[in-house]
Design a protein around this ligand. Structure first.
Ligand code: G
Ligand code: G
Ligand code: MN
Ligand code: NA
Length: 255
């Protein structure tokens, strides 16, 4: 339909680009990375959020094209930060479940990293927890394991909402869990929320997983997560997703 034609065209003419949301290390207060998030700069309707166009891209079979663009934007940003002498350890790129099944995925990512002259540890592959609960086929397990072995970070997104088994977390060689923002919301004022977060952090520590809390909006939430030993934080309270051009000043002001 119309929407499908329009979004397909938007992908090809560069209207859909990555914005970047900062992530902070709670120990040092320094930038630990950014997450690349798709944004559609529509010439008439303004900024369109991913939830309004991802389903259309998905039914058009264009998620792979989207992640090509996101990956390209992410690696370009890393090179630019490096060139500016800014220390940004990694960028996270989101991958849809269907893409993780692609036989060329690992080669494609390896090739792009080599082309840019970046080491694999600079890239975090963000996968949804539901990938592990939807009876993943062998190809998905193999691809994720191969990317982890290559040295990419494997981020488990929206952790705590998808009922992934702990066995699956181990099997997929997840390196970091991203604790869903539903756990973080008002955690500094809600003892039940605090207990859940503390339990997740304890489990993560035993499994030697790095932890990131999503949706950190207030100073109180940030302080609580630091105190509980969460490794990284991300959220509107630290910084909103922003176009690449704004990241340079943001990092400089922050560090
Ligand atoms: O940026 P925002 O919070 O509106 O994102 C909403 C959802 O869209 C999030 O769950 C995020 O993971 C997803 N999303 C954003 N960008 C991408 C992308 O490039 N690829 C995929 N697969 N999902 C994305
Ligand atoms: O599922 P994923 O982690 O990819 O989702 C990222 C989405 O969460 C982005 O669309 C981003 O805009 C949104 N987001 C990031 N930080 C916050 C926050 O502090 N509060 C809320 N409500 N949304 C956030
Ligand atoms: Mn994500
Ligand atoms: Na998430």
């Amino acid at each position: 339909g119309d929407m499908m034609d329009e979004v397909t065209e938007a992908l090809e003419n560069g209207q859909i680009q990555a914005w970047f949301q900062p992530q902070i290390c709670t120990d040092t207060g320094r930038v630990s990375g950014f997450e690349a998030l798709a944004r559609w700069a529509h010439p008439v309707r303004g900024m369109i959020p991913p939830m309004s166009f991802l389903p259309t891209l998905e039914s058009a079979g264009l998620m792979e094209r989207l992640s090509e663009i996101m990956l390209y934007n992410a690696l370009t940003a890393l090179k630019a930060w490096d060139a500016a002498g800014l220390h940004v350890p990694s960028v996270g790129v989101n991958f849809a479940t269907d893409e993780l099944r692609n036989a060329n995925l690992v080669e494609r990512i390896q090739w792009e990293l080599e082309r840019f002259g970046l080491t694999p540890d600079r890239l975090c592959i963000e996968i949804l927890e539901t990938v592990m609960t939807d009876r993943p086929d062998d190809m998905i397990v193999r691809n994720i394991a191969a990317l982890g072995k290559m040295g990419c970070g494997i981020d488990l997104d929206d952790f705590g909402t998808g009922h992934a088994s702990i066995a699956a977390v181990q099997r997929f060689r997840v390196s970091r869990i991203k604790i869903d923002r539903s756990f973080v919301m008002k955690a500094d004022r809600d003892p039940e929320q605090q207990k859940l977060i503390a339990a997740i952090l304890t489990m993560a520590e035993r499994l030697e997983l790095t932890t990131l809390a999503e949706g950190v909006e207030t100073v109180g939430e940030h302080a609580l997560l630091s105190q509980l030993g969460c490794d990284h934080v991300q959220g509107f309270g630290i910084g909103r997703p922003m176009p690449f051009d704004q990241t340079l000043d943001w990092i400089t002001a922050h560090e």
